[in-house]
Design a binder for this molecule. Sequence first.
Ligand code: F6R
Length: 245
Amino acid sequence: MNIRVFDNEAQAGQAAALVIGAQIVKNPDSVIGLATGSTPVLAYQELVRLTKQGILDWNRVTTFNLDEYLGLSGDHEQSYRAFMMKNLFGKVNIQPDAIHIPDGMAKDPEAASLAYERTINARGGIDLQLLGLGRNGHIGFNEPGSFFATRTHVVDLTEDTINANARFFANPSDVPRRAMTMGIGTIMQAKAILMLVTGAEKARAVRGMVCNPVDPQCPGSVLQLHANVTVFLDRPAATAMYHCQ
Ligand code: F6R
């Protein structure tokens, strides 16, 4: 793992945008895996800025998002599709049919999961996958205890994740209980992985990911087994990592 600690989350986010931007500049036909949540918002702002400056061109880029809530349609304001449209896709020149996000309203989510996986493979796999890290160490919606070999599938969210996401919903009981997510096996198949983690509430998960042996109880720790992982942290997220012993 190549780990870099930045002074603050703005710097970490800008640096993440530079890595994604460099991938697109280097290969205009890149297949990029993307994440939602609070963490990547600054990176997406920077990507929009670089695009508006004419530095980035999304015309030939393909994207696959990690996950989506089940039971929310793409126009529900808390759906991950709506998040992506608001923060990135609605502001850059990506082709609408190059955007892939699991369908939260799929009639048969298991079949839709298989189809999602097939589409990723048909596009030649993911060149660069952006990840965040859950407070409990999850990646995508692969919660502690997930099998490392899983492909895109349907999951029940843990109480911890439901509580963490409740801040985005008017009523905690509105938070969906299930989601469709790329599996750990899908994520590990990406050619390169960029993980962005900010904030003190993630320090414990960061420690579990980088200091401890690989453990399904901290899904992020599986990244120790990937040959091309970059982790960008801000100082608060890095605090517990300095005392690995
Ligand atoms: C989002 C995702 C999640 C988040 C994680 C951190 O697509 O797959 O794993 O990356 O829950 O979320 P934030 O950034 O909101 O702390």
